[in-house]
Design a protein around this ligand. Structure first.
Ligand code: COA
Length: 259
């Protein structure tokens, strides 16, 4: 992993990925994207990791794709870059372990798209969100045209996509783009506490909730609830389900094993 571009620390089963390119407001160049893909892959695979916290060093979360790399790309290169980035962001979205974006500052373009690919977004009061791509004559390429309307609705998404202007953290919360807004000094503590509470739960239950939402959201309702019923049945046959229910009845904390 390219340590100079990001740091990767694990403590108390939470992997913290911190983008470390503050002088360029953590703009996503190809090298950063490669390091990000390696980091989320490692987090997904490591048995000592139960959840992932993603944040940025300095005054930005991510100020977008690195414009200096986009400026002279051909049509084929642009498409390939978008597809690579989309694959990397899907690793956050389909992670069986909860992923949380702790948005410490600018989350513009690819930064807003990266935050949206995480399961939960906590914003510092100073965070700013936006999809300014149209100002550069391009469209978002890392899923912004699709995840934004799914999160905030078509009308609000189009306002952000066509207007290109950023919104502050409170407005992002009001429209449902972020889950919570906290003072800057509390961002990491609150984010860690939320993940810590999630990873007390059964890991198979967490993974199947994530998968049911991810796969089911774009299915017809009857197909989606059939998928849910399948997972409900499947989990009934696991040790964790027995342990979770026994622990409740015996008035003790469950000890989940992920089996
Ligand atoms: N790509 C490449 N470099 C970027 C960048 C990006 N998306 N965003 C910021 N940077 C660089 C700036 O070029 C500058 O580098 P320099 O010091 O070598 O000149 C450095 O980061 C600091 O940015 P600066 O613009 O000086 O900070 P600011 O506080 O005046 O403005 C922003 C902050 C976020 C409003 C402004 O940087 C910006 O508009 N960035 C681009 C946002 C964008 O369009 N993202 C979508 C890209 S597809």
């Amino acid at each position: 992993m390219a340590d100079s571009l990001l740091t990767f620390d694990v403590s108390d089963r939470i992997a913290t990925i911190t983008l470390q390119r503050p002088e360029k407001l953590n703009a996503l160049n190809d090298a950063v994207m490669e390091a990000l893909a390696a980091a989320i892959t490692e987090a997904r695979e490591r048995a000592d990791v139960g959840a992932v916290l993603l944040t940025g060093a300095g005054r930005a979360f991510v100020a977008g794709a690195d414009i200096s790399e986009l400026v002279d790309q051909s049509a084929a290169e642009g498409k390939a870059r978008a597809e690579r980035g989309q694959r990397t962001f899907r690793l956050f979205e389909t992670s069986p372990k909860p992923t949380l974006a702790a948005v410490n500052g600018f989350a513009l373009g690819g930064g807003c798209e990266l935050a949206m690919a995480c399961h939960v977004r906590i914003a510092s009061e100073s965070a700013k969100f936006g999809q300014p791509e149209v100002k550069l004559g391009i469209v978002p390429g890392y899923g912004g045209t699709q995840r934004l309307p799914r999160l905030v609705g078509k009308g609000r998404a189009l306002q952000l996509l066509l207007g290109g202007e950023p919104i502050d953290a409170q407005e992002a919360w009001r429209i449902g783009l972020v889950n919570r807004v906290v003072p800057a000094g509390e961002l990491i503590t609150v984010s860690r506490a939320l993940l810590a509470s999630m990873i007390q739960h059964g890991p198979l239950a967490l993974a199947h909730c994530i998968e049911a939402v991810d796969r089911g959201l774009d299915m017809p309702l009857d197909d989606a609830i059939a998928l849910e019923a399948g997972y409900f049945g499947l989990l009934s046959a696991t040790n964790d389900t027995v342990e979770g229910m026994r622990a409740f009845l015996e008035k003790r904390a469950p000890k989940f094993t992920g089996t």
